[in-house]
Design a protein around this ligand. Structure first.
Ligand code: HEM
Length: 459
């Protein structure tokens, strides 16, 4: 019987020292998982419940008392209760005076209430020190312990000692507590769990926007053009040929977008002559999502490689090849092997393959488990030096693929340039600007600026 078990367990834990006992208000998923983790870390846990006699299945070894009794037994009280039920804390104001209350609550949407839950809690129990924290972890993460994505516990509160106390508990549970400032930051912390892949949003929008606009551009240029001017229906090309143009073009453009903000930032520092001024907000946000831009770009490049691999087994390709061979036999023509064409095709493919190999390396080193094993110098060598080299190789691949077609007027259907020409603009700009930045005199100045030198300031 659960009631008896609670009581007998409570007797067993009577000897837990006061300082090592932590109180958890709330016996839902979150409260239970937190209680279990606290006990695994060696704390004594007392649950505060409205109906201690009817307690749910709680971690064995924990005590269950009424809220008032539980509050008296610990200096630290975790509030794992929905904000709508906070009123029950008002009559407990005396027992909670001088205690540290950790607010774990979250909301269902942003700006659901006029003030943050933690600030509301503080207004209900002004004598206590409220710390917002642990709300960015799920019950699952609490039960299973820290993982790469769930290691940080963000904290905020008005009293430093209270935050330190909560931080010490987080550390003992295996998490790392990060102080984010005063209680006024709590709304930001409460909004964290509501954000879905925040750093992926901009790159995903860019990828979708580029894909959609390129698709329509190429649809008009390739399929519609043939239909209107020659009466030929080549709509089947949408599935593979068009996709195999859209994917590499988006990949190359996004790879260039990955390195463009770094180049902008360097020129801005050169222009300002200091590194001690903040970058504009848009540049900061752009720089923060470079990894996501790069990984999405790798995904598109990977699709391009897969599409390229299936070219020989396509019905259209096999049919065209056999048709050409048959007509050659019929007309008794022979084709002369063109060494320069062979060189051209092998070279553009070779640049594509090496470029793709480096691309994959960049992707692998951006994984946290790999990047954590690299020193900062190794990481920046791969991501910056090899990254720019990848961009260069892929750009050469595309230039070589275009080859002499750049000069042929029939390529400019309805006076529009082919997709690969358009996608070369951005990478070429980035490479040229980067070349400018690594020229000795510019490089020397930028290195000095990054070491702390400021133009017009006596050192
Ligand atoms: C075009 C092969 C990697 C960018 C092509 C084409 C082939 C090819 C066969 C011509 C496609 C066609 O005729 O429609 C390869 C191989 C690669 C590779 C074998 C590596 C294993 C890459 C990478 C990029 C890239 C990493 C850069 C992101 C492009 C571009 C085009 C192209 C922009 C022109 C697309 C168009 O408008 O037709 N590649 N490629 N390729 N490739 Fe690659």
């Amino acid at each position: 019987n659960q009631k008896n078990e609670c009581v007998s367990l409570s007797l067993m834990r009577e000897d837990v020292p006061e300082t090592e006992t932590i109180c958890v208000f709330g016996t839902g998923d979150m409260g239970r998982s937190l209680g279990l983790r606290l006990m695994q870390a060696g704390y004594g846990v007392i649950f505060g419940s409205r109906r201690p006699q009817n307690c749910q299945i709680l971690p064995s070894g924990a005590q269950v008392l009424s809220h008032a009794e539980a509050a008296q037994r610990s200096h630290l009280v975790f509030i794992a209760v929905q904000r709508e039920h906070y009123e029950f804390l008002v009559p407990l104001a005396n027992q909670l005076k001088g205690k540290v209350l950790v607010d774990l609550s979250n909301n269902l949407m942003k700006n659901q209430y006029p003030e943050a839950n933690a600030e509301y809690l503080q207004s209900l129990v002004p004598g206590a020190d409220v710390v917002k924290g642990f709300n960015t972890l799920s019950a699952w993460a609490l039960q299973n312990g820290p993982s790469d994505a769930n290691r940080q516990v963000y904290l905020c509160g008005d009293r430093t000692e209270a935050k330190q106390e909560v931080k010490a508990v987080a550390t003992k549970l295996g998490f790392s507590g990060l102080d984010q400032g005063s209680l006024s930051v709590s709304r930001k912390l409460e909004d964290f769990p509501l954000q879905l892949f925040p750093l992926w949003r901009l790159p995903l929008r860019i990828a979708l926007g580029l894909t959609a606009s390129l698709f329509f551009y190429l649809l008009i240029r390739e399929v519609l053009f043939s239909y209107i001017t020659e009466g030929k229906d080549i709509s089947f090309r949408i599935m593979v040929s068009l996709a195999n143009k859209v994917c590499p073009i988006v990949a190359l453009t996004m790879l260039a977008l990955c390195y463009l903000p770094g180049v902008f930032a360097a020129f801005l520092q050169l222009y300002r002559g200091t590194k001690y001024r903040c970058f504009p907000d848009w540049l900061d946000r752009w720089m923060l999502c470079r990894k996501q831009l790069g990984l999405l770009s790798l995904g598109f490049a990977f699709l391009h490689v897969l599409y390229t691999l299936i070219i020989p087994i396509r019905y259209y390709v096999r049919f065209s090849l056999s048709e050409r061979t048959v007509s050659q036999i019929r007309e008794n023509r022979t084709n002369v092997f063109d060494t320069s064409l062979a060189w051209h095709s092998d070279s553009y493919l070779a640049f594509g393959i090496i470029g793709f190999g480096l691309y994959v390396l960049l992707g692998i080193t951006s994984l946290p488990s790999v990047s954590d094993a690299l020193s900062w110098k190794e990481f920046s060598f791969v991501q910056s030096k090899l990254g720019h080299l990848t961009l260069l190789l892929c750009t050469i691949h595309t230039y070589l693929y275009g080859g002499s077609r750049f000069l042929r007027s029939y390529m400019y259907k309805w006076y529009t340039p082919p997709g690969y020409m358009l996608c070369l603009v951005l990478p070429t700009v980035v490479i040229l600007l980067k070349l400018l930045l690594i020229t000795p005199c510019v490089d020397r100045t930028i290195t000095r600026i990054r070491q702390g030198w400021e133009r017009g300031v006596d050192q």
